[in-house]
Design a protein around this ligand. Structure first.
Ligand code: GUN
Length: 295
């Protein structure tokens, strides 16, 4: 039997309806409109399309959103000044600086400059630290979206052997941490594989749940997974373009190859991606409520 396809679009749509209803109620009862500022430095086409999708979704849910686009040559000082302005702007509850930043800008310094109370990406060390300790904080959007997707798809993580491929600060490290937490959607036994792992396939073949965030197109094939495994594909790789110039995307998993062997799988596009954006909206709503003393 082919794998169940876990639709991130369907789950994200359901959560977005809940968020839109809450945003509308907040406006009606408290005159409060959640506000998000997105900051994009440079012209990377993938980043441009991600930021555009974030702003589009915000508008669709009734969230005020300001898209700030800066040239690649923007100085670190200028970017820090802008972040400071957003920190002080009461109409902005959430700030997102799209990564990666140009090489001349110190990413850690910029993320540290964001007010932790407006850090809807959950990248500030204060939020990352709180997450590790299991304290209430803004959770990073992709890992949080994956946990939410597993929960809503009814996939049991407690006691499961979870293997994560990739150790980035944005996905690999935080998803490993969330799955380890003592709570629903956690309680897993987690292994993290990376470029220095000696025998990656020995690990991936043991996984009940395999989460791949390596940034290598179609790297996981059927012979690398266990029969019936749940496969979560976080990769978004541009492998070409159509005649009209639209990017052709592939995940880190060879979807067609794995489909017959996996128990469930997320597609690319339409899997984890829509969940990431939805969690950003949820965090922005949470930030606005916290700022107004409603949480
Ligand atoms: N680049 C890739 N993923 C993300 C994300 O979730 N947030 C930001 N700010 N940049 C990213």
């Amino acid at each position: 039997m082919p794998a169940t396809i876990i639709s991130g679009v369907a789950v994200a749509t359901a959560i977005r309806q809940e968020i839109a209803a809450e945003v509308a109620a907040l406006k009606e009862r408290h005159g409060l409109v959640p506000g998000l500022a997105t900051i994009l430095v440079g012209e990377d086409p993938a980043s441009q399309s991600y930021v555009a999708a974030k702003n589009r979704t915000a508008h669709a849910l009734g969230i005020h959103s300001e898209q700030i686009t800066l040239p690649a040559a923007t100085s670190e000082e200028e970017l820090l000044r802008l972040v400071g302005q957003c920190n002080g702007n009461p109409a902005i509850h959430g700030i997102l600086v799209q990564l990666p930043l140009p090489r001349h800008i110190d990413e850690a310094k910029v993320l540290f400059a964001i007010d932790p109370a407006k850090d809807v990406d959950g990248f500030h060390p204060v939020n990352a630290g709180k997450m590790m300790l299991g304290q209430r904080c803004f959770l990073p959007c992709t890992p949080n979206g994956i946990v939410e997707l597993l929960l809503r798809a009814g996939i049991e993580t407690a006691g499961a052997e979870v293997v994560v491929v990739g150790r980035s600060n944005i996905v690999g490290k935080p998803i490993a941490n969330l799955l380890l937490q003592k709570r629903p959607g956690g309680d897993a036994t987690v292994t993290v594989c990376h470029t220095r792992t000696r025998d990656m396939v020995a690990h991936t073949r043991r996984a009940d749940i395999l989460i791949v965030a390596a940034g290598v197109a179609k790297m996981i094939r059927a012979d690398q997974i266990k029969e019936g495994a749940v496969v979560i594909d976080v990769g978004v790789n541009r492998i070409g373009q159509t005649a009209s110039g639209k990017a052709i995307l592939a995940g880190d998993v060879d979807f067609d190859d794995v489909l017959a062997k996996a128990g469930a799988i997320t597609p690319v596009p339409g899997g984890v991606g829509p969940m990431t954006i939805t969690m950003l909206m949820q965090n922005t709503l949470q930030a606005a409520k916290q700022a107004a003393g409603l949480l």
